[in-house]
Ligand binder design. Structure first.
Ligand SMILES: [Zn+2]
Length: 160
């Protein structure tokens, strides 16, 4: 695996795990992963199952846009997105080129589909994996040579 591809893959897997850990911690704290905005006349964000308030505004209510945004990004939705992102990573996993054994050259197993008996030259990480990583905050500057890339956002912070 190329150094950059390996760094990016490790960084992305760490970022997804971090997002999952945060979502599970919030779901555990609230005893429910599914949160509701209360609908048209809702005032706060509450859990679906045990119906306890998760977020209440300073005057006992939240603005509609804030309330619906928080509920739309509840732990259940974050965990669904993480699962879907892991499936995409699996589909776009690195694959060795059988014609280039022993060299540090990998292809995306989906994007580098055989064309006329030879692999199309789509190196790993492909644009799909890069786009996934960007969704978690990765930039070209994030993954530095020799494994000194930045950590995923918020890594190492304590969940309270
Ligand atoms: Zn791909």
């Amino acid at each position: 695996m190329t150094a950059q591809g390996g760094d990016l893959l490790a960084w992305l897997e760490s970022a997804i795990t971090r997002a999952e850990d945060l979502a599970r911690a919030a779901a555990d704290k609230e005893q429910d992963a599914s949160w509701s905005d209360g609908g048209e006349y809702g005032e706060n964000v509450h859990t679906d199952g045990v119906a306890s308030a998760v977020v209440v505004g300073p005057w006992g209510y939240l603005p509609d846009a804030t309330r619906t945004y928080i509920a739309a990004n509840d732990p259940a939705s974050v965990l669904r997105r993480c699962t879907a992102d892991r499936k995409l990573l699996e589909l776009h996993a690195p694959m060795e080129d059988p014609d280039v054994v022993g060299r540090d050259h990998l292809h995306c197993q989906t994007c580098a589909a055989p064309v006329l008996g030879e692999l199309d030259n789509v190196a790993f990480p492909c644009s799909t994996v890069r786009a996934l990583a960007e969704g978690y905050g990765w930039t070209e500057e994030t993954s530095l040579p020799n494994g000194q890339g930045q950590s995923p956002p918020n890594e190492g912070e304590q969940v309270t």
